[in-house]
Design a protein around this ligand. Sequence first.
Ligand SMILES: [Zn+2]
Length: 478
Amino acid sequence: MKLLNFKYGLIVLTLTSFLSCGKHKESATVIHAVTDLSHQFTFYADNRFYQQYMPEGKGVANWVDLSDFDLSNTNLLILLGCDDRISYSKEDVETITGFLNEGGGVMIFGNDKTKSQNELLSNYGSRFVAPAAYPLVAGRSFNLDSIEGNGVSVIDLEKPSLWNMLIKDSKGKPVLVKRNVGKGTLLVSSRELAGSHPSARDSINKTLWKTILPRLAEGKKVDTTKRFRSKGIKQMKFNEDHGGFKMSYTSYMKPYAKEMVNVYKNALPFIEERMGVPLSPGMASHITLLPTGGGGFSSGETIGLAVWWGDFPEKKEGMIEFLTHESVHSWVLPFPEVWNEPIATYIGDLVLMDSGYQKEGLTRIENTIARATRIDPEMKNYDIHGNLTGTGSVLNDSEKNDIHWGKTFWIFEELRKENPDIISDYFKAKRVHVKEGSVKEYDMNETVRLLSKAMDRDMFGWFNDIGVKVNSEKPEIK
Ligand SMILES: [Zn+2]
């Protein structure tokens, strides 16, 4: 690190005027952008960058091995990140360099903490090394008053003369640079200079990116009449049929696949038993592995699992809870539960207990309930969304969330004392009585009606006593 810092002394770069070349005609470069999420899954990576900064172009996502994506009709490749537990392969680097040589524009984002991104950058003679000093300064031609982005890093350049500095920090060190590689252009930027929120509401430095992006892409023409599409989960290198389910994954996820199949296969019978009914046809029939430690999704048919969740594969407990959670989402569709998130994890904890982690499952349940009893020891004053229905104070969002989770867990634990099969009996009743078109809205009243059937007694009184206001006249289910 010391050596790298020393190199700064040698960097003599002036801010390049990006626009003022004069020779640039305002040619409308059509952008076909590919955002890579195969090395690091985030919801943002699923096309948010493109939505924020180049809505007039076309953007698609890459879920597969980078070398399996046909980049022939692409002129911009966006590499937002790579989880440090994996890295870019030799084939990846060849693909990126080949694309640059043909005139493509490549953006590599990172900072001084992103090990794998810095490894990739070292192939092109650069790497992020240290925090930048503020304020940041853009080349004059950008005509920008300020640059947004906190926690930006400065870049060390092996051969500074190869690079153009577009943004520097207050000490003159580069934070956004570009260079030619073959006929193409490589741009290296601190990750913090662009948005990152899954809602795409944080379009920082919009003017900057809107200026830069067409220039990056202009080295390569794309054909708008030809197909340009995402390459998704079902096109991954590995697609295995495991009988009850299929699993798709990339080369990068291969080291984790076998263990995941084992955990899923072991958990599935317990999930089925807890749910009491089989999955609706086609649901949760496809699993994919996501290169992230947090977050996942269920689209009904496909479940995406964060491969390093809860320290998987070293630890299995968190993964059992998590994959059950996502499975339950698929199970209940098309009628999400009123307690859709907490009930999914609650069943995950029951399955954890079934899977031999009795104590761990129980502890997780008790801890979740404690989040609610801290606020309302009697469990009488709030509905399951944390709205005040009895006496006490109005809750803030975080407290409401604690009630939502804790009270849901508590309700099912109370019911389970009387009927150990409450969950499966409830979902059996739901499967019989709730069909497409049978209820307008699957709400709390309908839910309590079904719980009454599952408990074989009228539960409306009890729910009203515990602050969950329901009315037995309301349900459409009789
Ligand atoms: Zn969920």
